[in-house]
Design a protein around this ligand. Structure first.
Ligand code: NAP
Length: 457
């Protein structure tokens, strides 16, 4: 079986790839299993220099790999560079902190010594999405490997070039062979791997629908699983917010990766007192963004990932407009070649409309007008998702109070939702299970083991 990677900004085929025969996948899986038996024996301090080297390799190859990201999935080159740089930084944060984060913990119980230790599990299978092709894959792999596991990566097929570049990064950094391997399996082989004795855990970042499927496969086989899934983050604007500052945040929050981010701001919940002024400034800023060739240094909004993504946005918008939503700017796809859609602001939206109820994976911003803070919180929580979110107010205590009341894995006051290697990342409700990043992510794929020593006699 073969498939093509296609540049979504031009429609041109980049490369035709063969899906690996299942024997090849199994051979690679066995090799990562063998590599695990040696890699696990190193201490965290012995593993750390490999990760420092990995950060250096990422920076050395930054330009080439940024171009690869942009070509395969369409984000602006400036964002692609920032993605690689962030991977290097995250890798350094783990290199510097992992030994402390995985240090033994002493506990007072009733014996002589009680210690909690953190040991690796084995080969962890990661299945990753295309929207941050380096970041998502490394966000799992760096802590996973630092803890002593080895890893197989099945990446989204449209970023197969990135998948092999990431494997190459580990090779260039001098990691032992087969500690990290990329595979290109068909779905049946993915299922078989999850069911096999070789794989001891599964980490999926992707849609909620695929999360249910992979989560069920992992559950059936009693494998530890982490699921990082979709989101529809609320962006709550209270009446005391600075309008210009908040509108600028709204543009960044909605538009990174042309709106195709799990933690993009996706529902703009605005208190009616300032709704009109906010909508006007937000619309003005969105209209001023430069959409176009993602390789152009000045482009702010690149291509969507494929024609189906554009069609999905059109359907979500049409249904919402049919129910009374009003378009303030954008709303018409940009003629091809390429999968371009303009920054779009839509007001008078409410639950029942697809723009509000579903994850909108693209540059459409629905505004939901509410009476007050209390209604804003109710609407923020009226979602199947619970990944991130933000609240905008001059009153920091009020902001933090609202943040505590929103059901999500992370919440920001006066900032867009962003990931940071020192803070945990993940969702509740249909946004997923488990955490990545920080010491919480580092401890997802470990055996938390108690050693209990009693006196003899
Ligand atoms: P997706 O369609 O769910 O795909 C994710 C991965 O699963 C890809 O590698 C895909 O491979 C694979 N896959 C799909 N169906 C499969 C099956 N039946 N068996 C085995 N593997 C299968 O998601 P996506 O379109 O790549 O990414 C967008 C979604 O990811 C959005 O919902 C976004 O919110 C979410 N996301 C979440 C986070 C987070 O941290 N919470 C971060 C980024 C993205 P193929 O490409 O070969 O189909």
């Amino acid at each position: 079986m073969e498939f093509k990677t296609i540049n979504p900004a031009t429609g041109e085929t980049i490369k035709t790839w063969p899906t690996m025969a299942s024997e090849e996948v199994w051979e690679i899986a066995r090799l990562t299993g063998s590599a695990y038996r040696k890699w696990r024996l190193l201490t965290v301090a012995e593993r750390a220099p490999h990760f420092e080297q990995l950060a250096a390799v990422l920076r050395d190859n930054l330009e080439d790999w940024a171009v690869l990201i942009t070509t395969e999935m369409g984000k602006p080159i400036t964002e692609a560079r920032a993605e690689i740089e962030k991977c290097a930084w995250m890798t350094e944060v783990y290199a510097a902190n992992a030994a402390a984060w995985l240090a033994d913990e002493k506990v007072e119980v009733d014996g002589r010594r009680h210690t909690v230790i953190f040991q690796p599990l084995g080969v962890i299978f990661s299945i990753m999405p295309w929207n941050y092709p380096f970041w998502q894959a490394l966000r799992f792999a760096v802590p996973g490997l630092m803890a002593g596991n080895t890893s197989l990566l099945k990446h989204a097929s449209n970023v197969t070039g990135c998948a092999f570049a990431i494997e190459d990064a580990f090779v260039q950094a001098g990691f032992p062979p087969d500690v990290f391997r990329t595979i290109v399996p068909d779905y049946a082989t993915v299922s078989a791997l999850i069911g096999s004795d070789i794989v001891q855990g599964v980490s999926l970042t992707g849609s909620t629908q695929v999360g249910r499927h992979i989560g069920a496969e992992a559950g059936r086989n009693l494998k530890k699983v982490v699921l990082e899934l979709g989101g529809s983050d609320p962006f709550i604007v209270l009446e005391d917010a600075d309008i210009d500052f908040t509108a600028r945040g709204a543009v960044t929050g909605r538009m990174l990766t042309a709106g195709q981010s799990c933690i993009a701001s996706k529902r703009f919940i605005v208190v009616e007192e300032i709704a009109e002024t906010f909508a006007a400034r937000f619309t003005e800023l969105m209209t001023g963004l430069k959409v176009g060739d993602p390789r152009d240094e000045s482009t702010q909004v690149g291509s969507l990932v494929n024609p189906a993504a554009v069609a999905e946005l059109e359907e979500q918008l049409a249904q919402s407009v049919g129910l009374g939503a009003r378009i303030l700017c954008g709303g018409e796809k940009i003629p091809g070649p390429g999968c371009f859609y303009p920054p779009t602001v839509v007001t008078d939206t409410r639950p029942g409309m697809r723009l509000v109820d579903e994850e909108v994976f693209g540059p459409i911003a629905p505004i939901i007008i509410v009476k007050d803070e209390a209604e804003a919180i109710v609407l923020a929580n009226a979602s199947e998702f619970g990944l991130g979110g933000s609240v905008w107010t001059r009153d920091l205590d009020r902001g933090e109070k609202v943040a505590r009341e929103v059901d999500s894995g992370t919440l920001f006051v006066n900032s867009i939702t962003k990931s940071d290697p020192r803070m945990p990342f993940g969702g509740v409700k249909n946004s997923g299970l488990g955490r990545e990043l920080s010491h919480y992510g580092l401890k997802e794929f470990v055996n938390v083991k108690g050693i209990n020593v009693y006196d003899h006699g």
